[in-house]
Design a binder for this molecule. Sequence first.
Ligand code: XIL
Length: 366
Amino acid sequence: MNRRDFNKMLGAVAVAELTSLGARAETAAIPLKRLADQKRIMFGSCLALKYFNQSPTYKDLFLSQCDIATPELHMKWDSLSRQPGEYDFNNADQLVMFCSTNHIKVRGHTLVWHDSLPAWVKERLSPSSAKGVMFDHIQTVAGHFAGKLYSWDVVNEALDPGSQRPDGLRASPWLQNIGVDYIEQAFRATAKVDPKALLIWNENYLEVSNGFGDAKRQAMVSQLDRLLARGVPIHGVGLEAHLRSDQSNVLGDTSYELFLGELAKRGMKIFITELDVQDSTLPADVGSRDREVANLYKKFLTTSLRQPAVKGVVTWGLSDSFTWISGYRPRKDGLPVRPLAFDVNCQPKPAYYAIADALEAAPSRV
Ligand code: XIL
């Protein structure tokens, strides 16, 4: 029985019944990477080595579902460097090696961010030192992995309409110490050391059609116009898409679709980079909770994938056992969160079927 027939047979089945169908659900779980590949789209997840050590089943799930991966932690500045000038690439190298052995592309994440900075960087940054610190880091890290990565998130979360700046840029330590130019400099420096990698600006909340998201979109488009006019090597935009179920009315709508069109018009490749759905404010009942989460996955991804410039979908985890949402947005009632496509037993949830449906509905990329 194929996945569609299986889906039909299940109808609006509650998740409790679904998981009780264990083995059947397993056979029905056609790998998302395969469904995506039929449309020339990439599908994957973030990854940390500790998850594999804790659960061999999770490792199998990862291998079966993903053809692209983002290190959740191992390439962040504070994971790589605890002391000035000292870098430990051990974990990141293991991850890259594992992925290359298994033909999984790696999204480098991330070079220049206001977050995850080691204490020594924060202490050292000043208007006279910041550019040198940023260049050293890019040369060391992007240089170390040169030729091995699919892409780099060169800058991460650089916009913040809350900063009250007319350009909408975040008042990050990089902006404060280097000025607006840091973005251009970061892209140029990365292109120099790793000319093969796609260079991406990864950003949050661009997918939300409310006042905050609209301001971010405007800022993003004007930054792109500014950078592209100066010939800066920027190849794509990453939309994090940490979606909130209580915002489903402002997600995956027409204005979002128009925004994707604006990015595409500027030649940007678009990636959904950190997709998950927070269920913290949904009712406790697992059946209805999972259905709401799945509905939002389907709505958001169906709209996203209609835009051919969207080349890949990366979720921020695969099974509910390993998700940052349990710390970032825990439920008030203390119940475990269920933001991902597979449950704690690595069995597909309604969210899996929603993602699969959206991939099946997507037009093929050429
Ligand atoms: C998160 C990780 O998932 C957590 O484990 C870590 O404690 C903090 O960072 N935007 C990003 C990601 O670009 O790197 C963040 O990942 C989530 C928000």
